[in-house]
Design a protein around this ligand. Structure first.
Ligand code: MRU
Length: 335
């Protein structure tokens, strides 16, 4: 399987996702600034992958002799929407206070966060099997795969688990303009795993649903508020509305580290606004007048009431309230 993140004691190797699917090349991060750059410039992307990379960034920062508060500041603003970044930084800061800055201990904590993310993805995959049927055609958006996590993936974790169980599924993949995570990354992952898939443009899901060709929708998430409102890649909201209209179940697959219980609703989630050239161009080719005004939010909010269920490492829940009731010890993962 693809290894998006490799820790090598003195450096972090990140598979450069800007070059995929045509080139597999690792960026070697030897300094906290390299990691901050890699997150900001989307060498690594996807909520859990950003969190895990930041944890290793903390270790590199400590090895460089930086103060933990300085480290926290350098990494925290690299990307604003995925809560996993702050979640991981808080975990690392808590560990720092606990171990009095012992670097070996901090390195072990970062490795643990990495391993746990992988383990939770496998649990998400297994739990997702409870909502799948043999022969299902599933639509997904953006990339919630191994590349967006420590490995295996959340939404794609469910597809991997289905394949491992011998279920026949077919995945329709939105290209996910403007950054094309679906076309470049999700199809790449699915094809490497021999999971049957079809690439479609972002304006095609409605027609597929009209034709009765979609049984379920499963996507990932970047931040989920207490009422279930979910930030995910731009375009997710319109899929949820289409799914509601066509009576198609709409699922979010995400680990607990993506839930932000400090937020009452999605209005409080900061949405990253990105450079207009991502819309004006495809790669380096200009496809519009070069100065046309552009609106380019990276994420949107899907209201909780449009979501059929949350597939997590703890099981599948109809609401965040149900999820919270089921986590009896009340702590978040990684504690
Ligand atoms: O801008 P990106 O590529 O970081 O956005 C990623 C997404 O929106 C994913 O769908 C989400 O993080 C889920 S990742 C398991």
């Amino acid at each position: 399987m693809i290894e998006p993140i490799i820790w090598d004691e003195n450096c972090l190797k990140l598979l450069d996702q800007r070059l995929l699917p045509h080139k597999k090349e690792y960026m070697i991060c030897r300094s906290i600034y390299d990691v901050a750059y890699a997150i900001r410039e989307m060498v690594v992307r996807g909520a859990p992958a950003i969190g895990v990379s930041a944890a290793f960034g903390v270790v590199l920062g400590l090895k460089e002799g930086k103060n933990i508060n300085e480290i926290y500041e350098i990494l925290k603003n690299t990307r604003p929407t995925a809560v996993n970044l702050i979640w991981a930084l808080d975990k690392m800061k808590g560990a720092y206070e606990y171990c009095d800055g012992n670097i070996n201990y901090m390195e072990k904590v970062a490795i643990k966060l990495f391993e746990r993310d992988l383990e939770y993805n496998r649990m998400i995959g297994k739990n997702g099997l409870t909502i799948l049927n043999d022969g299902d055609c599933i639509l997904t958006h953006c990339n919630a795969g191994a590349l967006a996590t420590a490995g295996y993936g959340t939404a794609l974790g469910v597809f991997r688990a289905a394949k491992e169980k011998g279920l026949n599924i077919h995945v329709y993949v939105d290209e996910t303009r403007p950054y094309l995570q679906g076309a470049r990354l999700t199809t790449f992952e699915l094809m490497e795993e021999d999971i049957p898939c079809t690439l479609i443009c972002d304006n095609m899901p409605g027609f597929l649903m009209y034709q009765g060709k979609i049984d379920k929708i499963i996507v990932g998430a970047d931040r989920i508020a207490k009422n279930g409102d979910t930030a995910n890649k731009i375009g997710t909201y319109q899929l949820a509305i289409l799914a509601y209209y066509h009576d198609i179940p709409f699922y979010i697959a995400a680990p607990l580290s993506t839930f932000d219980f400090t937020l009452e609703n999605g209005n409080q989630i900061k949405i990253e606004m990105r450079n207009g050239n991502e819309v004006r161009k495809i790669k380096d080719t200009l496809i519009s007048p070069n100065n046309v005004p552009v609106f380019n939010p990276a994420f949107d909010i899907t209201p909780g009431h449009l979501i059929t269920g949350f597939i997590t490492e703890f099981g599948v829940f109809n609401s965040v309230k149900d999820l919270l009731n089921n986590i009896n010890e009340g702590g978040k993962n990684g504690d």
